[in-house]
Design a protein around this ligand. Structure first.
Ligand code: ADP
Ligand code: MG
Length: 251
């Protein structure tokens, strides 16, 4: 029998305590290379904290995190990023004065200062990959416009493209559909599916229509604890999950 491949990411019994408030309690999650994982939960459930903890912005009070078999729990954020984890924040962070293509190139050439990234010649392979990413995120015809002139959804897609351009093995997408209409949300789900041939993706959201369109293995977080894990259909059918969501909706 062949051994199970080692997971790309492993979180074991992670607890985060903010001065007595437990934002996460004994959370364990494993993620294989090129896997898709959805993380949902009501506001304040601890989703963003979980992301912050993976990338080293927040330190667990207890528990361990491994990435590619190395313990990363106490590494500095920059070092964790260097090892291949990239995070997209809830709020768009594109450089508005630069064009769509320039934003991608700056992100791909993350080791260099942006002015250097733009004034040195871009190797053909790097340019081809950037064009490919433009295609994936559906912004090929917006290539040369300043990022400032993009519509809200397009900005979000550019940001996803920038995360992809870093070529990190694990992409953390925190609420990539924030502020989007149903059509853009659907399009974002398709876009994310086209990423998992090269990257593992952890997607955080609380919009059930988006989660259904993504249709992957889902972890439900509630008050800092894992409430349920399974397919979207399993999650949909779970009375406890429904109570948590309906409970929130009534407030
Ligand atoms: P979510 O992303 O699921 O909406 P968060 O992870 O942002 O939730 O927050 C989880 C809980 O932890 C919230 O109650 C929030 O107020 C609290 N929290 C988050 N960051 C901090 C912090 N730095 N200090 C104290 N409390 C925090
Ligand atoms: Mg959040």
């Amino acid at each position: 029998m062949s051994a199970m491949p080692p997971p790309l990411l492993k979180m074991e019994n992670v607890t985060v305590d903010f001065d007595g408030f437990k934002a996460l309690t004994n959370v364990s999650i494993g993620l294989a290379p090129c896997a898709l994982r959805i993380l949902i939960g009501p506001n304040g459930a601890g989703k963003s904290t979980l992301c912050d903890t993976i990338i080293g912005r927040v330190r667990p009070t207890s528990g361990k995190i491994w990435f590619k078999e190395d313990l990363i729990t106490s590494l500095p954020e920059q070092e964790i990023v260097r090892r291949g984890i990239c995070r997209k924040f809830q709020t768009p962070g594109v450089l508005p004065a630069l064009t769509v293509m320039e934003n991608l190139l700056v992100s791909a050439r993350k080791n260099r200062a942006w002015w250097h990234a733009l004034t040195t010649r871009v190797p053909p392979a790097e340019m081809r990959r950037a064009e490919e990413i433009l295609e994936i995120v559906g912004l090929t015809d917006r290539r040369d416009v300043p990022a400032a002139s993009l519509a809200h959804g397009e900005k979000q897609w550019l940001e996803i493209g920038m995360v992809v351009a870093t070529d990190a093995d694990l992409l953390l997408l925190d609420e990539p559909t924030a502020g989007m209409g149903p059509q853009d949300t659907q399009r974002t789900a398709e876009l994310i599916h086209s990423l998992i041939d090269r990257h593992a993706v952890l997607v955080i959201d609380h919009d059930m229509s988006f989660v259904e369109a993504l249709n992957g293995y889902t972890t439900v977080l509630h008050q800092g604890q894992i409430l349920k894990e399974g397919s979207v259909a399993d999650i949909r059918a779970d009375a406890q999950v429904e109570a948590v969501y309906l409970g929130r909706a009534k407030e």
